[in-house]
Design a protein around this ligand. Sequence first.
Ligand SMILES: Nc1ncnc2c1ncn2[C@@H]1O[C@H](COP(=O)(O)OP(=O)(O)OP(=O)(O)O)[C@@H](O)[C@H]1O
Ligand SMILES: [Mg+2]
Length: 352
Amino acid sequence: MNLPFLSREDLVIGIDIGSHAVKVCQLKRTDKAYAVVNLGSATLPEGAVDDGTLIDPDVVADKIKELFKNLKIKKKKIGFSISGYSVIVKKVNLQVMSDEELEEHIQSEAEQYIPFDIEDVYLDFQDLKTNQGDEERTDVMLVAAKKDIVDEYLEMFEGLDLKPVIVDVDGFALENTYEYNYPKDENVALVDIGAAKMNINIISEGVSVVARDIVVGSQQLTEQIEATFDISYEDAEALKLGHIPAEEKQAEIEEIFTSTCTQWVLEIKKAIDLYHANHQEAPLHRLVLSGGGSKVTGLLEFLANETELPVELFNPFSNMTVNSKKIDPDYLKSVGPEMAIATGIAIRPSVI
Ligand SMILES: Nc1ncnc2c1ncn2[C@@H]1O[C@H](COP(=O)(O)OP(=O)(O)OP(=O)(O)O)[C@@H](O)[C@H]1O
Ligand SMILES: [Mg+2]
């Protein structure tokens, strides 16, 4: 959804809690564009967050508190996003009906669409209004999120005296940032490669048509380096990022990179092939990669060769202004891909 600049209602602070790091983004509206006000991230200890679930909320809360303090953020209204097994996003094709009828229909029929007990989930939906002319059916996007998982987040934020007013979904937030920053008439595959998961979202003619989470990510590289050289997770991470020199380990590290990236590329190609098989009339224009894993050296070129499509790194700030005295342009450029989801949340206006 691209926001028209009609009002200046408050924006939320966007918080993206990944399994590797918490990312925070604060924007403000100016007359013509959004301006980046604040940006930061903090690495989480291994295991504090797993598959979108807060395993150790106290540790995560401490990191958020520290980030807010360092960034001098005083605002209380925040938005966060969820992902992983606890959230199901599904597009269903239904008879055209009013919002009230739709609400009723979804409440009573949801169990045929989602694999959870209806009592256990928060449900939301949006009529995508895909019906043209006098067509009788329309696509409706259904989101179901497990209450116990979402409530853990709400409780944690409450403990921090923060006010969560928006709960987003990683894939939607990514799409939101993309729509604000990039041309609208292109068919694109958005691929977010985090530490523990890869999210693929194909947007065709402005609508998300393929959305999937796959359990692969940059943490795989760290774990393989850790096992191969029998070193600590921290050292393996430092080796992976080139923070300590690879020396005689270089060849083996490259092999780990190649085999893992081949697996990622195969998954991406599978999604693209499926898309092209069903949408021959609307071929993809490009791939846009986000998440820390997208920064693996050589990945962009490899993917471009394999898919024969232009591949680029996501810049969530390309249509935004930035005070370069406050935020270092080099830092902004390097964290851009990891910040795409937090930025997508920060674009949302809070209506309460
Ligand atoms: N240059 C790089 N090369 C390889 N991996 C990198 C690079 N920079 C960052 N990463 C990796 O990216 C991951 C962090 O990315 P990101 O912040 O997007 O993940 P996350 O959102 O915390 O995880 P997830 O969404 O999977 O739960 C870490 O595994 C980190 O090691
Ligand atoms: Mg992530």
